[in-house]
Design a protein around this ligand. Structure first.
Ligand SMILES: [Ca+2]
Ligand SMILES: [Ca+2]
Length: 137
């Protein structure tokens, strides 16, 4: 089955900001996402494939690969392009993320992030420190 893809006009913002326990949780450790293109900004939202928020603090920090899973299947996000700015929120200790076992390409606000064959993890929202990308182990 081909991974799903998304092309979104305008801005993206979740209506579920706040305590991360209220957010939906992914349940498939082998799921993949294709290409995600957001023409506007990205605020208080997650893109997640195969990972769970093990820290209970939102995605992007201390997350883990869902188990059991098939070791041969990589929970991958092929490509994410957010044309506008990407931000989390200003609540301390509440995080948002782009999280998968593997992320192919990532570009936010015109900045292209360097992704290696190792597990990559870095802040996207440098100002607020609560929007990051993370490749889970
Ligand atoms: Ca977390
Ligand atoms: Ca990597």
């Amino acid at each position: 089955m081909a991974p799903s893809s998304s092309d979104q006009n305008g801005d993206a913002q979740t209506d579920q900001a706040g305590p991360s326990s209220h957010r939906p949780q992914a349940i498939n450790g082998d799921a993949s996402i294709g290409t995600v293109l957001v023409h506007g900004t990205w605020t208080q939202s997650d893109i997640v494939a195969g990972a769970l928020d093990s820290g209970g603090n939102g995605f992007g920090r201390n997350d883990a690969l869902i188990t059991p899973n098939d070791a041969r299947a990589i929970a991958k996000i092929d490509s994410v392009t957010i044309v506008g700015a990407g931000t989390g929120d200003t609540v301390v200790g509440d995080y948002f993320g782009i999280v998968a076992e593997q992320i192919g390409k990532l570009s936010v606000g015109g900045a292209k992030f360097v992704l290696t064959t190792a597990k990559d993890n870095a802040e996207i929202d440098i100002g607020n420190h609560n929007f990051a990308y993370l490749e889970v182990v």
